[in-house]
Design a protein around this ligand. Structure first.
Ligand code: SAH
Length: 249
């Protein structure tokens, strides 16, 4: 049995209770060493076999799973496995081999970053949608999902895997409709001890990242949710009635 487990964004106590139990019971752990906090491995059984997938190919990962198919295997991914986790290709191999698997969700770094910013991505009157995307790197992004086309919505944007391309990101956000002085933030290593939070503007992203030496392990967030104005929610408005509460109007 293989469990794909979300390790959370960094702080070891941000794994789920279920994820922690799976780690404690594992005979084999294959963890994404580039981003998963190695502190989590301290909870493994003393005889648990531990592999760092940063040094392995898909074939090697699947071979370890196949060799240990009768044991409890944890495949530990950073954040939540569903976001840029490359779990589908592993799952398809497991299907082919007839090995069962489950997925245990985790706290994505996009939520670690929102917490670091003490921000709400979906502010009434500002944006009710969150666009999760990335710049094309070695993995291409479909043309219809260009940064410009998303920027045109003016919705909240959370941009992964792009901290090394901020000049181009700024340019494309502005080409799409954001202003040079629209609010943006960079969160480096959200929830880790060396977390850095920088509030800035779309036009300043690259300069600010350079000043802080940030080239990777960062999220870029963009949008009016980082600014001042918004409307209060209807849900907690004293005049508003709903299924659980009678309003004053
Ligand atoms: N599944 C992960 C994302 C994996 S892709 C998740 O849900 O968070 C790796 C990218 O995620 C990094 O390049 C970076 O953009 C982002 N990332 C991962 N952990 C991060 C953290 N603690 N702080 C900021 N960004 C992080």
């Amino acid at each position: 049995m293989v469990n794909f487990v979300g390790a959370g964004p960094g702080a070891p106590d941000l794994i789920t209770v279920r994820g922690m139990e799976l780690i404690k019971n594992a005979d084999v752990i294959i963890y994404a060493g580039s981003l998963v906090n190695a502190e989590l491995l301290k909870y493994a059984k003393p005889d648990c076999k531990i592999y760092n997938s940063a040094k392995m190919t898909l074939g090697e990962v699947v071979a370890v799973m196949e060799e240990n198919r009768n044991g409890e295997i944890v495949r530990l991914h950073t954040g939540d496995p569903s976001i840029y986790g490359a779990i589908r290709e592993q799952a398809d191999e497991l299907d082919r081999l007839g090995i069962e698997y489950e997925v245990c969700p985790g706290v994505s770094s996009m939520f670690g970053a929102a917490a670091a910013l003490k921000a709400e991505y979906t502010l009434p009157g500002i944006s009710q949608s969150v666009i999760v995307t990335r710049m094309a790197g070695r993995t291409p992004v479909p043309e219809r999902e260009s940064i410009e086309s998303f920027a045109a919505h003016g919705a909240t944007m959370v941009i992964f895997l792009s901290a090394g391309m901020l000049d181009e990101l700024s340019k494309r956000l502005i080409d799409g409709g954001y202003k040079v002085d629209s609010p943006a933030a960079i969160v480096y290593k959200a929830t880790w001890e060396d977390e850095i939070i920088v509030r800035t503007t779309v036009g300043e992203l690259a300069a600010v990242a350079e000043r802080h030496g940030i080239t990777k392990t960062a999220l870029i967030t963009v949008g009016g949710f980082l600014g001042g104005g918004y409307e209060r929610s209807r849900l907690y408005d004293a005049g508003f009635s709903h299924g659980y509460r009678k309003g004053t109007e």
